[in-house]
Unconditional design. Structure first.
Length: 312
């Protein structure tokens, strides 16, 4: 049975004198192998179901290394079902490595990075609405790129490289936990699961399988702990990167695809209808791609994102 400890680490104080603390669970001892963080975005909680199962598994194992899990990175956001810290920072995952003397969100990011930076592999678990489970990879130099890809492909879920450089920088993804970990020479992965303010249990189970498989590849768990990813679409194609498909029409989108769908160049993703139900335009793919996720809201303005896609 693996040794494990639970503790709360204070991060910042509130007006009323109470403190905000993050829960940390440490398994095993010795070489610091894997750090797993969940719910940096407070309305992204499917990963909770994944790490509960993983922690139950870890408790039954004899570990020759250390695994750390912070399963609620953003307590205020989780308590209020908000992406960021209410009335403070909107996206903590654009503030790493943080600043212990900075804003509330920067202090939180700084504490999380302090807890993560000694570990060989850093996995950040998110949810992305109506999507297929997938791992996003930040830009990496060799040989770290090959090492990271090997671990992530062992997960059993779809693996996608991040946006092209211009869009990546525009979205400030270089200040995400995964990017900062990669810059520090660590294996890093952002695991995205379905859900929005809820636990999608099919995806939670897939997330558990993916995490278990990655830990097997990292020699944290034995081969007998491998899991089959089931119940979700998986695209086993390498060298895909993510992009966003937008609509030039306003109204209500009616999708003709779902997460996991393969779309040919010029293929229809959906139609946009007016408030009178009339079709005002098509949304089509400009190149062959796979649909990773579709918009949670079907009411769209011109220029709104309607799909997250993966393409060569």
């Amino acid at each position: 049975m693996a040794q494990f400890t639970k503790r709360l680490i204070e991060v910042y104080g509130r007006t009323d004198g109470s403190a905000v603390s993050i829960p940390v669970v440490d398994f095993g001892r010795g070489e610091k192998k894997v750090f797993i963080g969940v719910s940096v975005h407070g309305n992204e909680i499917t990963g909770q179901g994944s790490v509960w199962q993983l922690m139950d598994l870890l408790k039954t194992q004899e570990l020759g290394c250390a695994v750390r899990i912070v399963n609620v990175i953003n307590p205020e956001g989780v308590n209020t079902n908000e992406r960021g810290i209410p009335y403070r920072d909107g996206d903590i995952n654009r503030l790493y490595p943080g600043d212990s003397k900075g804003s509330t969100g920067e202090r939180l990011a700084s504490k999380v990075w302090e807890l993560a930076k000694e570990y060989e592999c850093v996995i950040d678990v998110h949810t992305a609405g109506n999507c297929m489970p997938h791992i996003l990879l930040d830009p990496l130099p060799e040989p770290l790129r090959t090492k990271t890809h090997d671990v992530c492909w062992a997960s059993g879920v779809t693996v996608i490289e991040e946006f092209p450089e211009e869009e990546y920088n525009k979205r400030r993804l270089s200040a995400s936990l995964g990017a900062v970990a990669a810059k520090a020479g660590k294996i890093s992965a952002t695991l995205e699961l379905a859900g929005s303010g809820n636990i999608d249990w099919v995806n939670a189970n897939a997330g558990f399988a993916a995490l278990s498989n990655m830990l097997v590849k990292l020699d944290v768990l034995s081969q007998g702990c491998s899991r089959v990813v089931s119940g979700v679409p998986v695209v086993n194609e390498r060298s895909l990167h993510r992009e966003i498909l937008r609509t030039d029409h306003a109204g209500f989108i009616q999708y003709s695809v779902e997460p996991g769908s393969r779309v040919e160049k010029g293929g229809r993703v959906g139609v946009v209808r007016s408030v009178y139900g009339e079709i005002v335009g098509d949304v089509v793919a400009s190149t062959e791609c796979y649909v990773i996720g579709v918009n949670r809201s079907h009411a769209v303005f011109e220029g709104d994102a309607v799909c997250s896609i993966a393409l060569k």
